[in-house]
Ligand binder design. Sequence first.
Ligand SMILES: Cc1cc2nc3c(=O)[nH]c(=O)nc-3n(C[C@H](O)[C@H](O)[C@H](O)COP(=O)(O)OP(=O)(O)OC[C@H]3O[C@@H](n4cnc5c(N)ncnc54)[C@H](O)[C@@H]3O)c2cc1C
Ligand code: SF4
Length: 330
Amino acid sequence: MREFGYERVYDVSGALALLGTDPEARFLGGGTNLVDLMKAGVERPALLVDVQELPLDAIEFTPDGGLRIGATVTNSDLAAHPEVRRHYPALAQALLAGASGQLRNMATVGGNLLQRTRCGYFSDLAKPCNKRVPGSGCPAIAGEHHNHAILGASEHCVATHPSDMAVALAAFDAVISYETAGGPGELPIAEFYAPVGGTPHIETALPPGALITGVTLPPAPVAAHSRYRKVRERASYAFAVGSIAAALDVRDGTVAEVRLAFGAVASRPWRARAAERALTGGPASAEAYAAAADAELAAAEALPENGYKVTLTRNLVVAVLSELAEEAAR
Ligand SMILES: Cc1cc2nc3c(=O)[nH]c(=O)nc-3n(C[C@H](O)[C@H](O)[C@H](O)COP(=O)(O)OP(=O)(O)OC[C@H]3O[C@@H](n4cnc5c(N)ncnc54)[C@H](O)[C@@H]3O)c2cc1C
Ligand code: SF4
């Protein structure tokens, strides 16, 4: 591992100033992803700027009834927060489905959003990878890709984004706030993750050197009736092979409002807008859920080994929406 410096910062301006002095510096949250990548030689920062003591660890209501979550809130604290559990249960469930208790105690909201893909070629320095070394190629397409993307990928990269938390945030229209030396900014989560195209190494729309300061969830009464379901190859320490965050409001048998986002199918959490449009105003029935999933997944482009994700995601839509509708009818 390359020798590196370490600085702990206590205010946002100090963090930005330190990062600005060194193009090879990186912010350090819980370190649960960055340090692993440093050990593998994928990341080689000259300086780590530890942001964990910044005053960004609050979870509080916004004046309009939404929730503002600081960037250094740990995954454990966010999952356990009573207002998150009451108003956005799918978010708490998504967090608890990720990693392990010890990792969640360390991992932060900012770091979780920016964690890197678990594509095996990305962390193997002996292999080419367009995300790690632009222009070097994508061996996953003809190689090991059973857990790679079926939506929104390109011939340059078919990696998925590994975060469970981000899938729930996508369903709830989260807005990500950041600070740069030039001032603050915001990005809706739909614009936060960059399209893959020919530049898979550019993963977000964050300006260079930006510090994520928090995430705001707009008020969404439907989110109180939500669920996160994750399918994985073993019960713990495993990333999703498919997941869904869903929220449903049914009135007199008709879908009044629905939110759907899929995980493990794309380079970003996949908000299923076509499925939402197909369902809204129509019957709350298993047939309608399946047809809506088909409408969304019509755009899927499977590789030889990952076509199962189309069926898996379709089944998740039908199962989770059926459960939510049944619960609402009780
Ligand atoms: C064994 C294992 C299993 C896991 N399983 C899952 C799983 O099932 N589901 C899941 O979702 N995740 C899983 N994870 C990933 C885990 O959730 C992430 O590693 C964690 O959320 C990253 O948060 P962190 O604070 O530790 O980030 P760090 O490792 O500190 O940082 C990650 C990236 O974010 C940047 N960064 C951190 N904070 C900020 C900030 N405030 N502003 C700007 N940049 C910032 C860093 O520079 C770095 O590039 C697993 C991890 C491990 C090791
Ligand atoms: S899928 Fe993306 S991350 Fe994986 S090898 Fe291809 S370019 Fe690299």
